[in-house]
Design a protein around this ligand. Structure first.
Ligand SMILES: C[S@@+](CC[C@H](N)C(=O)[O-])C[C@H]1O[C@@H](n2cnc3c(N)ncnc32)[C@H](O)[C@@H]1O
Ligand SMILES: [Zn+2]
Length: 588
């Protein structure tokens, strides 16, 4: 296909979509993000399966309750009166268990024909099953590639609104929708500010909202939590890892996410927890609660998949699911404490109270150095293992020629599913360098922890790291036992150093046993999967497209095309907002 000036577009095929690409100065496209788009497609499919099942179960329950009420009313002679709840009940997902309600009667005898009823019910059922209902907003769409892929690859999609504030992007989306047969009618290009679009949908929320901005998603969270339906899915990318996981901008991290970054080796997990906490507090303000379904640190960004429910009661658990972290500036030992406490009363209700703390004194009990405060951040689980199972099943059905990143998806999901819910991780390399001793093999560390009755797992975020529910005292005890047979050169230890102090307490508080434990190797290490694949060529974030000028002179007509006069500052993001300091990124 030719451009208006006669030159040719570049054809880019990804998944089931092919887009016409002008050049990178006009509209943003980063091929490295195919992993993100492939995974997101699978995640929306998994969410949609679960959502449909839950809605169907809820409707079945509703019907049962209604039947019970009707029976009672019949007995009391008030059968024609409807309750307010019944009047307000709205249809969303077509119920899939309508068999018992479909009756075909013989007009002569007025008798119910069982066989015909069942056939009609089955037909209605499969017809209804097929009825598309999912509405998706891709709020920051660029070429529309992601939105078109959603439209073409995910069953039961009713609409995908592909929005961008750049006129060049909207033109590209419109062109690409037409180019991809099947996308028109489902994928709709829209010219608007992401927040304006979301706020205008508060009363007609989307099932799914995807935020894939340059840098931080923070400016869009308030609108997103309000514009997603009860039980809906948010897919959120943040690429500002220099802020979330680096040590250079703690104050910026606080302004963006309401929490301080951690100066530690587990900063990629704390980045995830900071983003989740920010979404959770935005949601809680509106009586909503989040459930992280999958939270991943990938290449140069984080991506979280979060279910949002309208539930003021669950929302109130936020304080007890939010924590502060105390990380020792000398040895890296970390403790954390939730901000709130919750207990369950006998009648099942929640009792909220003040947490007690701090869990540490002003100086580290292991090395005597001061603590750095991190957070507040999300303290709950990062993933829902059933959700990961669903995605894994879906990946088994996909064509690897079309979904090129399946091996990587499988590897990362296997690791994520294995992860302990306990926060954070450490590496044997880091703790042994603090002790100035040789590095014990990972399985020696994990065996010692398992033999002492603690749990261990790997993490998807960093190769070679260990998650455990053991506290840092246990970890240092294991190291102290290790150096009995792998001695430290005392002359290497500086006076007043953390190491000096760590070595002072020579005898471990428990009998450390390094015997190889059968589970010392995590299951994912025992099977053939791509656990931590090397970074792809051209790895990294891409510069923003030069055509991304909101509402420049180009005129686009239609709803939402009006310029929004007071553009928020985030449109002119400074360097620290969007650019990633590559030196500080993990290179694994
Ligand atoms: C990183 S790109 C999106 C890439 C796309 N999601 C993909 O998968 O290829 C970010 C896009 O957001 C658009 N954008 C930035 N701020 C916006 C805003 N406030 N409202 C709407 N679009 C915005 C930019 O024009 C740009 O096209
Ligand atoms: Zn310390």
């Amino acid at each position: 296909m030719e451009k208006p000036d006669g030159s040719k577009y570049i054809l880019l095929t990804e998944g089931r979509a092919t887009v016409l690409y002008e050049n990178e100065n006009q509209v943003f496209y980063n091929p490295v993000q195919q992993f993100n788009r492939d995974l997101s497609t699978c995640a929306i499919r998994a969410w949609s399966e679960e959502y449909t099942e839950q809605k169907t179960a809820a409707k079945r329950n509703q019907r049962k309750k209604r039947k019970l009420r009707n029976d009672k009313r019949k007995m009391s002679g008030k059968e024609n009166l409807k309750t307010q709840e019944e009047l307000e009940a709205g249809e969303d997902v077509a119920p899939t268990d309508t068999m018992e309600e479909v009756h075909v009667t013989d007009p002569k005898t007025d008798e119910v024909n069982i066989e015909a009823s069942e056939n009609a019910a089955k037909a209605a059922q499969s017809e209804r099953k097929k009825a598309p209902f999912i509405t998706i907003l891709e709020a920051l769409s660029a070429t529309g590639l992601r939105a078109i892929r959603y439209g073409l690859e995910i069953p039961l999609i009713k609409t995908v609104l592909a929005n961008d504030f750049s006129p060049a992007a909207v033109k590209a989306i419109e062109r690409n929708v037409v180019y991809n047969d099947g996308a028109p009618g489902v994928v709709v290009a829209f010219h608007g500010d992401a927040n304006a679009v979301m706020y205008s949908h508060k009363t007609k929320p989307f099932h799914v909202i995807d935020l894939d901005p340059y840098g931080t998603a923070a400016p869009f969270l308030d609108a997103a939590v309000q514009a997603v339906c009860d039980g809906g899915l948010l897919l959120i990318t943040c690429t500002d890892l220099s802020i979330l996981a680096g040590t250079g901008y703690p104050e910026k991290c606080f302004t963006n996410y309401g929490g301080m970054t951690c100066r530690t080796e587990f900063s990629h997990e704390s980045a995830l927890r900071l983003v989740l906490s920010s979404i959770a507090s935005a949601a809680a303000r509106y009586g909503k609660a989040i459930e992280p379904l999958l939270s991943l640190s990938i290449d140069f960004y984080v991506r979280v998949f979060v279910r949002v429910r309208n539930s003021p009661i669950q929302g109130k658990l936020l304080a007890s699911k939010t924590m502060l972290t105390y990380t020792c500036s000398g040895c890296g030992s970390t403790s954390y404490q939730p901000l709130g406490r919750v207990s369950i009363n006998e009648d099942g209700s929640q009792k909220h109270s003040f947490a007690q703390g701090p869990p540490v004194s002003s100086h580290c009990e292991h090395c005597g150095f001061v603590h750095h405060l991190g957070g507040p951040m999300w303290a709950g689980p990062l993933h829902n293992k059933d959700f990961i199972d669903r995605i894994q099943k879906i990946t088994e059905t996909l064509d690897p020629v079309i979904y090129k990143t399946i091996p990587r998806i499988k590897g990362m999901l296997t690791l994520a599913k294995e992860e302990l819910d306990d926060p954070f991780y450490f590496t044997a390399a880091h703790v042994s360098s603090t002790m100035r001793c040789s590095c014990p093999p990972m399985t020696t560390m994990t065996s010692a922890l398992l033999n002492a009755g603690y749990k261990v797992s790997a993490t998807h975020a960093v190769p070679g790291a260990i998650k455990t529910n053991a506290n840092w005292g246990v970890i240092w005890d294991i190291l102290r036992e290790w150096i009995k047979t792998n001695p430290v050169k005392e002359t290497n230890i500086k006076e007043h150093s953390p190491t000096k102090k760590l070595l002072e307490r020579r005898e471990p508080s428990f009998a450390v046993d390094f015997t190889m434990h059968p589970e010392a190797n995590p299951p994912s290490r025992r099977i053939k999967i791509a656990r931590y694949p090397l970074n792809p060529p051209n790895w990294g974030p891409k510069a923003r497209a030069k055509g991304d000028k909101p509402f420049n002179n180009h005129k686009i007509t239609g709803p939402g095309s009006e310029p929004v006069p007071d553009a928020p500052n985030e449109w002119e993001t400074g360097d620290e907002n969007g650019e990633v300091d590559m030196k500080k990124q993990k290179t694994t």
